[in-house]
Design a protein around this ligand. Structure first.
Ligand SMILES: NC(=O)c1ccc[n+]([C@@H]2O[C@H](COP(=O)([O-])OP(=O)(O)OC[C@H]3O[C@@H](n4cnc5c(N)ncnc54)[C@H](OP(=O)(O)O)[C@@H]3O)[C@@H](O)[C@H]2O)c1
Length: 293
């Protein structure tokens, strides 16, 4: 009998790619949304409503589930939301949790998001179910936040200085999650996988890749933390998220993210997607509407 997999964060970046990656697999997919008006790219998934902030709303969503793909949105209450989900999973008799954490999650991480993730990693390790933790590096998809500037001005401004980052395509994170979820529950139990792309890149190199793919000039403009903060706050990004992004940027600028691992290749049996693949596949997003083919 096919296992039932509950996908949390079902309208988000990684989970949308995970639903694609599980398309056609021998599983029953169930997608959790907290806002009934938001529909995930469901494929054949059953859509259920539940709010990670409200433990009582989660019980029906977790009933009859064997596997949970668990992610929490960024925020100071992420460990509470994660606990609510683990609580509901345990009550419902879930067998396995596959958790999305973050690169470098640790109690002494140089960013509070990494410290919050460490709390949920520890809780997962003792959850009494089978578990696997994925700790991905910086998502290439974050570059889509710069797509408006790149298409309008051919420049993008970030406070990463000359920092190099082993950035990963979120589609590869999703495919690793799918691999784990489709393998026997014992196979990856107790494992924590740090997932990166194939090479560590500076943002001037990212600009070069964009330039090649788009056939027009693209430049990276390193800016100060204060300048980036002002821009993000101007766009209405919540202050806690702005602080979080600044803490990561400072760590990356100091070389904290300058590494890669071979874990994606070990899990998938192929090289992870390169930034060149990412920019080619998303070229339209970085191109002004009137120049799109
Ligand atoms: N970006 C990076 O570079 C990076 C790197 C490593 C790890 N991470 C980690 O990745 C995680 C985020 O993954 P993502 O980027 O794929 O997610 P995302 O695109 O930010 O989407 C978040 C998802 O959570 C849902 N959600 C929000 N509040 C909820 C609630 N109260 N109850 C239930 N669902 C709720 C959202 O639904 P709505 O859309 O309906 O609000 C959405 O589906 C974070 O834990 C982050 O730390 C990020």
């Amino acid at each position: 009998m096919p296992r039932t997999v509950l996908i949390t964060g079902a309208t988000g970046t990684v989970s949308t790619a995970l639903i694609d990656a599980l398309d056609g697999a021998e599983v029953n997919l169930r997608a959790l949304v907290h806002d009934p008006a938001r529909s995930p790219r469901a494929g054949g998934a059953e859509v259920v409503v539940g709010d990670l902030e409200d433990p009582r709303s989660l019980a029906p969503a977790f009933e009859g589930v064997q596997d949970v793909w668990l992610l929490t949105p960024n925020g100071p209450r992420a460990p509470e939301h994660h606990m609510n989900a683990l609580w509901a999973a345990r009550q419902a008799g879930v067998e396995r949790v596959v958790r999305l954490s973050v690169v470098g999650a640790a109690h002494d991480a140089p960013n509070r998001s990494g410290r919050l993730h460490a709390l949920s990693d520890r809780e997962t390790e003792q959850c009494g179910m089978r578990w696997t933790i994925l700790r991905p590096h910086w998502f290439m998809q974050n570059l889509l936040n710069e797509a408006g500037d790149i298409s309008a001005t051919g420049t993008f401004a970030m406070n990463m200085a000359a920092g190099r980052v082993g950035m990963i395509d979120a589609r590869d994170i999703a495919e690793c999650a799918a691999r784990v979820l489709l393998d026997d529950p014992d196979r990856h139990h107790g494992r924590t996988y740090t997932l990166t792309g194939p090479r560590s890149l500076g943002f001037d190199e990212v600009a070069g890749e964009l330039e090649r793919a788009l056939g027009r000039s693209v430049a990276y403009l390193p800016v100060s933390d204060d300048a980036k903060r002002k821009t993000l706050l101007g766009y209405g990004v919540p202050p806690w998220i702005v602080d979080m992004l600044e803490e990561y940027a400072q760590a990356y600028a100091s070389g904290w993210g300058d590494f890669t691992t071979g874990t994606v290749a070990e899990l998938l049996g192929r090289r992870p997607r390169d930034i060149a693949d990412f920019v080619r596949d998303h070229a339209a997003a970085f191109t002004p509407a009137e120049r799109r083919a």
